[in-house]
Design a binder for this molecule. Structure first.
Ligand code: SF4
Length: 266
């Protein structure tokens, strides 16, 4: 059975996240669902200005989204790179558009709106090679997904915080968060935890001392002690003179005055 998350601890963590992070600007509204899907892909982890510029450029370069779907990935990739976005988004776009045509024979994303939350999540997250962050951007911005999606980065933070067991899988962390995070806070919690995982609670060499969540974190006391012990050791090592340093520091022996040579007898 999945480990139950502490409601109290989550309640204390939510304002800490809210103080440290902000929900990003949503993509510009678009009439058709396919346009919104394209924009949400471009929007993922990008500056809004660059995403807008890339959207306009793609719309100018390709007759329609179907032309982009059947074109070489490098063509759309070059357009994106010229706008400051990673070319990998071109492959992501082609994969989503390709799966829609495979399943519905057209870009009928409205059909997805009718799916249950779980089926909708699976539809996007099972697209081979589609980065989790891009699938999440489409799910939240276009389909208003109301649960916290969890990838390896978010799962790491939640385990370190002590909300989930160290052995909890990503699916178990997602299930646990669904029980304690209200639907209206799901997108914000996802975005805040993701930013936190990428900027502060990174996989290696993380520093808990400036972390805004440290008061509620199960890992923080041990990690801070470990970092301080390492800093102390480094300080001592620096202060202790090395054998070579000692030799250098030793004052040079004063040269004895030379005895005057004995005078020859007259
Ligand atoms: S206190 Fe440390 S382990 Fe805990 S969330 Fe912050 S950086 Fe991660």
């Amino acid at each position: 059975m999945a480990h139950k998350f502490s409601i109290r601890k989550t309640k204390r963590l939510r304002p800490l996240l809210a103080r440290a992070y902000r929900l990003g600007e949503p993509p510009d509204p678009r009439e058709s669902l396919v346009d919104r899907v394209v924009l949400a892909v471009l929007w993922a982890d990008a500056a809004p200005g660059k995403a807008r510029q890339a959207y306009a450029k793609l719309a100018e370069e390709f007759v329609d989204w179907n032309e982009l779907r059947v074109s070489m990935t490098t063509e759309a990739g070059a357009v994106l790179e010229a706008c400051g976005l990673p070319a990998v988004k071109a492959a992501a776009l082609k994969r989503i558009l390709g799966k829609a045509v495979e399943d519905f024979y057209c870009f009928d994303f409205d059909a997805l709106s009718a799916l249950s939350r779980e089926k909708l999540r699976t539809w996007f997250l099972s697209i081979e090679g589609l980065p989790h962050g891009i699938a999440a951007s489409v799910l939240y911005h276009v389909f208003h997904y109301d649960r916290v999606l969890v990838d390896a980065e978010i799962a790491r933070v939640v385990r370190r915080l002590g909300l989930a067991a160290e052995t909890a899988t990503e699916a178990e962390v997602e299930e646990g968060l669904a029980d304690v995070i209200p639907a209206r806070e799901a997108q914000f919690t996802y975005e805040a935890l993701r930013q936190h995982a990428l900027a502060v609670c990174v996989a290696k060499g993380f520093d808990c001392r400036p972390c805004p969540l440290r008061k509620e974190c199960a890992t923080a006391p041990g990690r801070i002690a470990e970092l301080e012990a390492a800093a102390e050791k480094a300080r001592k090592k620096k202060a202790k003179p090395t054998a070579k340093g000692k030799a250098k520091a030793k004052p040079a022996r004063q040269a004895r005055p030379k005895r005057p040579a004995p005078r020859a007898k007259p």
